[in-house]
Design a protein around this ligand. Sequence first.
Ligand SMILES: Cc1cc2nc3c(=O)[nH]c(=O)nc-3n(C[C@H](O)[C@H](O)[C@H](O)COP(=O)(O)O)c2cc1C
Length: 355
Amino acid sequence: MREPIHPLDRMRAAARRSMPPSAWDYLMGAAVDEHTARRNSSRYAELPLLPRVCVDVSSVDTSCTLLGTELAAPILLAPIALQKLFHLDGEHGTLAGAAAGGVLPVISMESSVSLPDLTDAGTPFWSHLYIQRDRGLTRELVAQAEEADAGALMVTLDSPVAGARYRQDAAMLHLPDGVQRANLPPATAGRLTGGYLDPSVTWADIEWLVANTQLPVVGKGVLHPEDALRACAAGAAAVVVSNHGGRNLDTAAATVDCLPGVADAVAGRVPVLVDGGIRRGTDVLKAIALGASAVLVGRPYVWGLATGGAAGVRTVIDLLHDELAAAMALTGAPRLDRVDADLLTIFSVRGRPCR
Ligand SMILES: Cc1cc2nc3c(=O)[nH]c(=O)nc-3n(C[C@H](O)[C@H](O)[C@H](O)COP(=O)(O)O)c2cc1C
């Protein structure tokens, strides 16, 4: 087989060699036949760009502000659980790499480093939450995020139960010694999936969460435009178009196909973010063109973490950032507010399956 050409594909191959096969299958696995996970990224490559020429792009500005935080590029690192499975530094490496790259990490509730241990450095981050069956524990997790000075609380909306993850289950049913969910009580901390999810969560619980924290609440995991509006009505400060990286419901729509419908419905009430399958700077550009304020990148930064700790995470961020800047120059869009649906061909913009 030919060596991969793209640096991120090379890094992905190196990451696979760097970790036990069980950790790789946990990271890369998705639900059932993994159609959605594949489609999340293949759909970006299928969307043709329609560049504009003879625009002065001698200075390209990729920076933006999201809920009060300045970012060098419209990129966040998605919440990914249990990062000590991939590198000894775990979430410390992610936090440091994100700070070096000028972007914002979202630290999973299922972090393998506890939030108080992680956030001493005063580096900007957002905290992530699954609402717990035990609302008292949920309140404690929220208080912990507030005390750690998180910029926002990202609550997952799309996981009443875990998806059927056959690849993951075949590889790993229990966490290896030395890796645990450091923010959770021991009863739930050691199980690989499921124990920390509450299938009874409804919009009333999101309203309850918004009323019980001073932090802006970001709702992660909407695909349907009406759910995005429900999240806004519940008080969300931003929404994330996400299908959990294809790990929950296989054959769920690719996120890029749902983004325009959600962005239209939300109509600027709150920022719309998107994740799933972002692998190239042009993917970031297309997401912004279709109405996203920023994207979240998932598995790729873990390839960086696995191969180089914080420096590896930064390499991934820099790569996507540089590619985004080049793509903006090559499409005649020197600033993010010049990136709009005109950059995509009429064919791709009109195909809006999620209405
Ligand atoms: C190993 C792994 C663990 C994850 N853990 C969480 C989590 O704790 N909470 C959550 O909301 N999403 C979690 N996700 C989903 C990501 O936040 C994100 O939605 C997804 O990875 C984006 O897709 P991408 O990996 O194709 O970029 C996880 C994803 C992976 C691959």
